[in-house]
Write a protein of this length. Structure first.
Length: 607
């Protein structure tokens, strides 16, 4: 182990519906590949996230079903936990924002900002119903978006363009309850003083030279138009404002986005409390040389490259107004905001309501998780918007995973099993043998560098190029023609199997499920790569039950290096296929599902 601490902070999926493969291609698989690589390299990784459960869309869904927001959150939290675990995402803790711990940490950040003067009260215009005189929460106000012109925008955000709004921004606002025009009266809110961070944010971004250029440019551009932003909203579902006169009000809460990003810290603290060492989180948040990588889709850059760093700077007392750190002490800023672009589906934007979608659980009910993980790694939206097509998914699965990698494993192990029944004994190596082994063992350095820099597409492509080198070696050496020279045949097979072991290690961050299978086919025992599990836990403070994703990943055997095969003579059994070859008819079937509206009927899964 090194002493390097790496926080993998993964965007919090919004709990108003199940997640689709576009979501997990942005925040999910890339963050997991990164974490798995660093764990294999010996770094101390803490990967945290959870479901984001406050805010207007969940209350709207609850209103529509006549249930409480908590019931909507409970249901979708469980669905999302199941999906992410099935995909093999190796969270140290995947929790939720409705825990008492998260509420307390969110309130502490607010109070730290307030103490340093970065959050201030301001009288603004809030909506009331003229007929009843009651406060009209943001979600009950609808109107035309001033930015994109969409006529169903709500008082806190536009679902069409994704921009955050204030009720007074809406053109022709109306009450969704009775259609009347709301009256705007003076209402007190707290604001985050973003202009006070312009210089500190600029200085910080100037040191972020390794970011993807589009993410860095976008973040720098945000600094040109910093305005104070409302930290509290007119809503009854969220983290209460921890101030006398506010704490017990049921119409004022901390804005969902401002509590969701605090989740990275609160989940780290919850993880530490559950680990038995409540202070353990500090190694990832306060050690000067700890690193923190934040993973998300590009629609969330503003909250990770502007709002959250501003909250941290203000809490630390590092904006223009100075100050001192709150009771947690100084907290580290992100090392990198790793943002993906968008995945589209057969040329169209994902849309649950228009059924241009495939949910993670539907996908995994028909296909292997590693097939999806591989597609996202090698053909996902790392640097540009990318289209998912079923034809391309079929081709990647059948030509690359099955015919390329799976077939190399299958024919090598099956020849060794048939001719030797065990790991063969190698004789003296030829130049060709040594060249292949130099290629596979030499790949760890360059591919590791690519993974550390989140160039996952290049890393996966290079790993598959190494696989094709091994395939070429096997074809050239043709051990099946060496019946008369079993010593040479065994040397070739041993060399091929060692190369396969190296390739399997190189592919483990991308293909954790099949890497376990290959490990066993090569005569390995025990757990190569520990899978995430779901634990049913209770809230540490209020006792309510919920599921979390966690795992004993340190028990994995896989390390980022060439490691020797089990000794010659270790029994090998005839292999079963590592991957499933797909029938080309799945393309038409899936396109029919897409056109025919055969989804699962969930119309509100887009956050
Ligand atoms: Zn809009």
């Amino acid at each position: 182990m090194t002493d390097r601490h790496i926080l993998t902070a993964v965007a919090w999926p919004y709990a108003n519906g199940p997640r689709h493969i576009g979501h997990v291609s942005g925040f999910g698989v890339p963050s997991d590949v990164f974490s798995r690589y660093h764990r294999m390299a010996g770094d101390k990784v803490l990967m945290v996230s959870g479901t984001d459960e406050h805010g207007t869309p969940i209350t709207v869904a609850a209103d529509a079903e006549g249930v409480t927001p908590r019931e909507i959150a409970d249901r979708n939290n469980r669905v999302i936990v199941d999906d992410l675990q099935s995909l093999g995402l190796s969270y140290d803790l995947f929790t939720r924002t409705t825990t008492a711990n998260h509420r307390a940490v969110s309130q502490e950040i607010f109070l730290g900002l307030l103490k340093n003067g970065y959050v201030f009260p301001q009288t603004t215009l809030g909506a009331i119903s003229p007929s009843t005189g009651r406060t009209l929460p943001d979600r009950y106000i609808e109107g035309t978006c001033p930015i994109c012109g969409y006529d169903g925008a709500r008082g806190d955000q536009c679902d069409n363009c994704g921009n955050q709004l204030d009720p007074t921004d809406l053109i022709n606002p109306v009450s969704r309850i009775n259609g009347e025009t709301p009256k705007f009266v003076e209402s007190e809110h707290y604001f985050l003083d973003l202009p006070a961070f312009a210089r500190a944010l600029g200085d910080w971004l100037a040191t972020r030279t390794n970011w993807r250029s589009n993410v860095l440019n976008f973040s720098v551009n945000l600094l040109e138009d910093l305005k104070p932003r409302s930290y509290t909203r007119d809503i009854d579902w969220g983290v209460p404002v921890p101030l006398d006169g506010w704490r017990d009000r049921d119409d004022k809460r901390i804005y969902v986005w401002f509590d969701a990003v605090v989740g990275y810290l609160s989940a780290s603290i919850e993880w530490a409390r559950r680990s038995g060492d409540p202070e353990a989180w500090r190694q990832w948040w306060q050690t000067p040389d700890a690193d923190a990588y934040y993973f998300m889709g590009k629609d969330n850059i503003v909250f990770h490259a502007e709002i959250w760093p501003a909250q941290l700077l203000g809490y630390n007392g590092e904006g223009d107004k100075g100050g001192t750190p709150g009771s947690y002490g100084r907290l580290n800023l992100p090392t990198e905001v790793v943002s993906s672009e968008f995945l589209t589906m057969e040329g169209r934007k994902f849309s649950s309501s228009r059924n241009v979608v495939i949910y993670v659980r539907d996908f995994l009910s028909r296909y292997d998780p590693d097939a999806l993980r591989y597609f996202i790694a090698v053909a996902g939206p790392e640097n540009q918007d990318t289209d998912f097509t079923w034809a391309e998914f079929l081709r990647r699965n059948n030509d690359e995973l099955v015919a390329g990698w799976g077939n190399l494993v299958n024919r090598s192990v099956s020849m060794a099993a048939k001719n030797v029944g065990a790991v063969p004994t190698p004789g003296e190596l030829t130049d060709a043998d040594r060249a292949l082994l130099a290629t596979t063992s030499g790949a760890f350095g360059p591919i590791g560098d690519l993974l550390a820099r989140n160039r996952q597409k290049a890393a996966a492509t290079e790993a598959m190029r190494i696989v094709s080198e091994a395939n070429k070696y096997l074809s050239d050496q043709a051990p099946w023609k060496l019946k008369e020279d079993p010593a040479r045949r065994d040397t070739v097979l041993h060399t091929a199997l060692q190369a396969i072991k190296d390739c399997n290690t190189l592919l483990t961050p991308f293909l954790p499920h099949s890497s376990q299978k290959v490990h066993e086919l090569l005569g390995g025992t025990g757990t190569w790569s520990v899978a995430p599990r779901i634990d049913e836990v209770t809230d540490l403070d209020d006792g309510s039950p919920y599921p979390v994703i966690t795992g004993a990943y340190a028990e994995s055997q896989a390390v980022w290096a060439s490691t020797p095969l089990p000794p010659p003579g270790t029994p090998l059994a005839p292999p079963t296929p590592v991957f499933t070859k797909l029938d080309p008819s799945i393309v038409d079937e899936e396109l029919r599902r897409l056109e025919g509206g055969e989804g699962d009927g969930t119309a509100d899964g887009e956050a």
